[in-house]
Design a protein around this ligand. Structure first.
Ligand code: 0T9
Length: 368
């Protein structure tokens, strides 16, 4: 079915055509109103923890292998939220609001027995867009820290998205020690564009590398020409190169231990959305407060109001950058420090072939 509103058909066609000539960063392109989302990309890191019980549960693993399995399980169970939420809530993938430099997002998953989990997000670059995040359950002793950017290209009617960035998970283990896991991010293909109902399929593979010698390799596949289910995954856990166990299924429903009936991942379990302070209590830089009027315009179909408010924010930003340049005082990050070469990343990435050779990262500094 064609999801493009009649009066926006011409605009959608020319938008698709212009995609073909765009490479790199689609975030600043003007898209037809029906495809706009009222949510900023700074909110997306919350998808990492919509199963806070699985996040906390990592620390209950009794052995290195159990913890490695629990990290893999939690990771796969986050994918449905990360990549299908917009379709479920708004009918299709939509174009998120492009965060401004310094935009922040804070949230919490209240303690319901396994400790409170907190989320801190900062937009650390505008051009190209890069979002840094820090998620922590202090009581359980589990922390996730990462950053995310995208490089996009267009081919065969789809948008291909390569994610730049990675996440590092640490878990406190008995004896006052920590285990560290490097998590790489999947490639995305945005399909269904011609009909105006884009959705995401994951492709290629990612890895989760632990400093205990455990490595999980995850392969992603969509519907094939002849067979195969949409949103499929196949994962193999190995230790120092020796494969131990495999898992397969879909990341939107059930995954099982290979050649058995044992359920490994169940993505149909209800998720817990992040709780956010009411807008009235937020600072001006916090995402929902900053984009309040733009989002309201998009939600109510008043696209003129939305685009006026969006322009106001963008102009303010341009002016700020000019002022900083003439004062010779570049913007300072608030919650994160940029590191050119992250030793933890370098060490773990060296254990796996084919991991991107980016090395930089953002280390959480704490709350301002
Ligand atoms: C990190 C996630 C990421 C961000 C989004 C590609 C995309 C921006 C980045 C990778 C999260 O952990 C997971 C989910 C969805 C990704 C977005 C999907 C999307 O379409 C946008 C891009 C920039 C567009 O808006 C393309 C134009 C649009 C008309 C297609 C719907």
């Amino acid at each position: 079915v064609d999801a493009v509103p009649t009066e926006q058909k011409a605009g959608w066609t020319s938008f698709i055509k212009s995609l073909a000539s765009m490479t790199g960063d689609l975030s600043s392109m003007t898209a037809p109103p029906f495809i706009l989302s009222p949510t900023s990309l700074t909110e997306f890191p919350a998808y990492w923890c919509e199963r806070p019980e699985l996040f906390a549960d990592i620390a209950t693993g009794r052995t290195e292998q159990e913890r490695a399995e629990k990290v893999l399980k939690w990771f796969i169970c986050t994918l449905k939220g990360q990549y299908t939420t917009r379709n479920e809530k708004m009918g299709s993938e939509k174009k998120p609001l492009n965060p401004v430099l310094g935009e922040e997002f804070f949230g919490v998953w209240p303690d319901v027995g396994f400790g409170e989990t907190t989320l801190s997000v900062e937009q650390v670059s505008h051009h190209p867009p890069i979002t840094a995040y820090f998620i922590q359950n202090k009581k359980a002793g589990v922390t996730l820290q990462g950053h995310s950017g995208q490089k996009t290209s267009f081919s065969g009617g789809s948008i291909n998205v390569k994610q730049n960035g990675h996440a590092i998970l640490t878990v406190d283990v008995p004896g006052g020690k920590k285990e560290t896991f490097l998590i790489t991010l999947p490639k995305l293909q945005i399909q269904g564009l011609v009909w105006g109902s884009p959705y995401i399929e994951l492709t290629d593979s990612t890895a989760i590398v632990s400093d205990t010698g455990f490595v999980a390799n995850i392969d992603y596949k969509g519907k094939g020409w002849v067979s195969g289910k949409a949103h499929s995954y196949k994962a193999t856990l190995s230790h120092n190169g020796k494969s131990i166990r495999s898992y397969e299924g879909t990341w939107t429903a059930i995954g099982k231990v290979a050649k058995s009936d044992e359920v490994f991942t169940d993505a149909t379990v209800p998720k817990t959305e992040v709780s956010v302070k009411p807008i009235e209590e937020q600072k001006d830089w916090e995402s929902r407060k900053l984009w309040r009027a733009t989002a309201q315009g998009i939600r109510s179909g008043d696209y003129d109001a939305a685009s006026r408010d969006k322009s106001r924010i963008e102009n303010e930003q341009r002016q700020r950058r000019k002022d900083e340049a003439s004062a010779g005082q570049p913007w300072q990050l608030k919650l994160f420090d940029y590191v050119e070469s992250d030793p933890v990343y370098k060490q773990l990435a060296s254990h796996v072939k084919g991991i991107p050779c980016e090395e930089d990262g953002y280390i959480f500094r704490g709350h301002a």
